[in-house]
Design a protein around this ligand. Structure first.
Ligand code: GLY
Length: 336
């Protein structure tokens, strides 16, 4: 069943989006940076930018990112601030504070970020720091590297002034203790659960950025890293084409380099929706046990057109576009 949840947040916007020339939002863009106008069937000119799209029902995160875009800031800034909202939400048990721990009871976080230049930064298996997306941005901007792992990532964050905090909330500790009683290792993501947050944004200049942040698979083996912080798998951005990001069982996304695949399919002319569907079908083809796991993709192209597709029902996306913050359930493969 489709769930649509409209949040109209005019107070955050106040900026017209329907345009008659290459103006996106309130600021005239220099002609060399002008974003192509989207022409609909009725030949009306309609701006679809800026836009924020994210995996799952994260209206607070997309609202924050939208607010940042309305201030005229970059898509990169919007991604960082949008993702940070969910990372700080203790009730979300798959991202940042309150994330479900590994089988030893440690909350380990993975995140990455990409900017319009195609630069990339990531942290993997980092503990005790609530905002891995912000640390990933620092890795990208302030180091000669692209990925920092474990203790090194944590030390880097602390050296920049990030506070060490206990990320294991009482609720997540209790869930882990319950799981230990059954203690069978099952690498299955419950599709009804809120999962990895992937976010894509296009700013008023038409530039794309993306981020992906997660505590990874619940009760994973110590040291396990999923797709989310890995370029091309959990996230890929090409400012000429578009972006894609993933949620779900990271092992399957990694094996098919899903986000890169989607962007390349869009480069070849597929719509974001067609590209997401093809990437899911690649997984289905390679993994006959797809009944047992969930993967979902979202994508956006340079024009602000979006796509989303998952293996099973239960995946949600949130899109902030044309002044509306909308969560809905995209189409999926496994219709019974
Ligand atoms: N997609 C998140 C993970 O598998 O870690």
């Amino acid at each position: 069943m489709k769930r649509r949840n409209f949040i109209k947040n005019a107070s955050l916007t106040g900026v017209g989006l329907t345009v008659g020339s290459a103006i996106i939002g309130c600021k005239e863009i220099p002609s060399e940076e002008k974003t192509p106008i989207i022409e609909n069937k009725e030949s009306e000119l309609t701006a679809t930018l800026p836009i924020v799209i994210a995996t799952w029902n994260v209206e607070n995160s997309t609202a924050k990112a939208w607010e940042v875009l309305q201030e005229g800031k970059s898509s990169l800034e919007a991604i960082e601030q949008g993702c940070m909202i969910e990372e700080a939400n203790a009730e979300g048990q798959s991202v940042g504070l309150g994330g479900l721990p590994d089988r030893d009871g440690n909350v380990t976080l993975d995140a990455c970020i990409m900017n319009k230049e195609g630069d990339y930064g990531a942290v993997v298996c980092m503990q005790n720091i609530i905002h891995p997306i912000a640390v990933a941005r620092k890795v990208m901007e302030d180091t000669p590297h692209v990925i920092l792992a474990g203790k090194g990532a944590e030390q880097f964050a602390v050296s920049l002034g990030f506070k060490r905090e206990n990320l294991l909330t009482e609720a997540s500790k209790k869930a882990w203790e319950e799981w230990k009683k059954t203690s069978e290792y099952k690498p299955i993501i419950n599709i009804e659960n809120h999962d990895t947050i992937g976010m894509l944004a296009i700013d008023k200049n038409g530039d794309i950025a993306g981020g992906c942040t997660t505590s990874g698979l619940a009760y994973k083996m110590a040291g396990r890293v999923g797709d989310s912080p890995i370029i091309g798998s959990g996230l890929f951005i090409d400012n000429e084409i578009g972006g894609a990001t993933a949620t779900g069982l990271g092992e399957e996304v990694l094996k098919t380099v899903g986000s890169f695949l989607i962007v390349e399919l869009m480069r070849q002319g597929k719509s974001p929706q067609e590209a997401c569907e093809e990437a899911i079908k690649r997984i289905i083809k390679k993994s006959p046990n797809f009944e047992n796991f969930q993967v979902g993709y979202i994508a956006v192209n340079k024009k602000g057109e979006t796509g989303a597709y998952s293996i099973h029902e239960g995946f949600y996306t949130t899109t902030y576009q044309n002044n509306e913050n909308i969560s809905n359930a995209p189409d999926f493969y496994n219709k019974k």
